[in-house]
Design a protein around this ligand. Sequence first.
Ligand code: ZN
Length: 174
Amino acid sequence: MADVFKALAEPVRRSVLDLLARQPLNVNQIADHFPAMSRPAISQHLTVLEEAGLIKIYKAGRERYGCLHRHAFDDLQAWLGKFLALGVPVGEYGILLNPENLSDAEALTQPVMLQAMLSRDARFDGRFYIAVKTTGIYCRPVCSASPKPENVLFFRTSAEAVKGGFRACKRCKP
Ligand SMILES: [Zn+2]
């Protein structure tokens, strides 16, 4: 995948992919789209794209043609899918927590609870409670209240939050 990302990092190479998404072109036709670039520079870009598996260059008669090669695009989709499968994005924080890591109590670390709170992840409802130091109130992770991260404490149970001196939120009724 490293060569795919390296190939895609260059704007000229992404433009070549856009061109080839419309139709296969011979190398001269590709080069005609980049009048400011030398022919060897264009050839070099095509080589990088081919080595990354993004295009295929083939010979027909005296011409060399470039066309998109599906393989690298499938790899890219699989790579992206791994992240997108982690959860449905909610709000500006999205959810990129792995559901497989959510089942045991040790998985509920401070950063996990913080992100679950920021993304109001319903999968955490009932698994921890958010106490707000500035208001003395505690909430469920799905509460519509948006406390500042620096003002919150996390409790595993409602009873612990009460013992800590916090009152139940009237909105989310923890
Ligand atoms: Zn609440």
